[in-house]
Design a protein around this ligand. Structure first.
Ligand SMILES: N[C@@H](CCC(=O)N[C@@H](CS)C(=O)NCC(=O)O)C(=O)O
Length: 195
């Protein structure tokens, strides 16, 4: 049986600031704002849906904060984890765990943790080893070639998040966020009351 979470909503105390923070922090994971609806449409709080491939799965709304949540977002490469941590820190996040392997979960659990302005614990995690992840990052269109046992060097060490983080972060940051015009049906029903 496969169980998947379709989307998650998180209310925040400062909607505009949170939108800016999450836009910056999630860009390295290729997660961008996809839809946004003002209070005049929802009838309650403004909402913005972040996601990828046209599908929002993380909704931020005003009127919060939601009490503590821990959200882990999966990334394909370790470099993305480094870039996420650097971007989130640059956007005002608080470090809650530097990029690195957490063997307590499993040997290739490479993650970084950030606290947002409301104290939510936002994690980016990559579950594949350094060679596989690095191969995917360097040659996404030629995965077959990456399978050669080859003389590939391991991915950049977790000890150097800043150096390896800068390149992809800057690249991603230069990508324009998707337009916020609705490309699908509005997802969540407007909430009536605050928590
Ligand atoms: N500072 C720790 C953070 C570890 C962490 O937050 N782990 C998650 C599970 S993957 C957790 O315990 N979350 C619970 C919570 O944030 O409430 C680290 O760098 O490893």
């Amino acid at each position: 049986m496969t169980i998947e979470i379709d989307h998650l909503g998180l209310s925040v105390s400062d909607y505009e600031a949170a939108k800016k923070f999450y836009t910056a922090a999630l860009a390295p994971l290729r997660i961008t704002p996809i839809m946004e609806f003002p209070a005049s449409v929802t009838g309650d709080q403004p909402v913005v849906g972040f996601g990828a491939d046209g599908k929002p799965f993380l909704w931020l709304s005003g009127g919060g904060p939601t009490s503590h949540i821990h959200l882990a977002l999966r990334a394909e490469t370790r470099a993305q984890i480094d870039a996420f941590h650097a971007a989130a820190m640059a956007a005002g996040g608080k470090d809650n765990g530097m990029p690195g392997v957490r063997e307590m979960y499993h040997p290739n659990y490479y993650a970084a943790f950030i606290l947002d302005a409301d104290g939510h614990n936002i994690e980016a995690v990559c579950h594949v080893g350094p060679q596989a992840a690095e191969a995917g990052r360097r040659a996404p269109a030629k995965r077959a070639a990456a399978k050669k046992p080859a003389s590939r060097k391991p991915a950049a060490s977790a000890k150097k998040p800043a150096a390896s983080a800068k390149k992809p972060a800057a690249k991603s940051a230069s990508r324009k966020p998707a337009k916020t015009a609705a490309r699908r049906k509005p997802a969540p029903k407007p909430r009536k009351g605050r928590r």
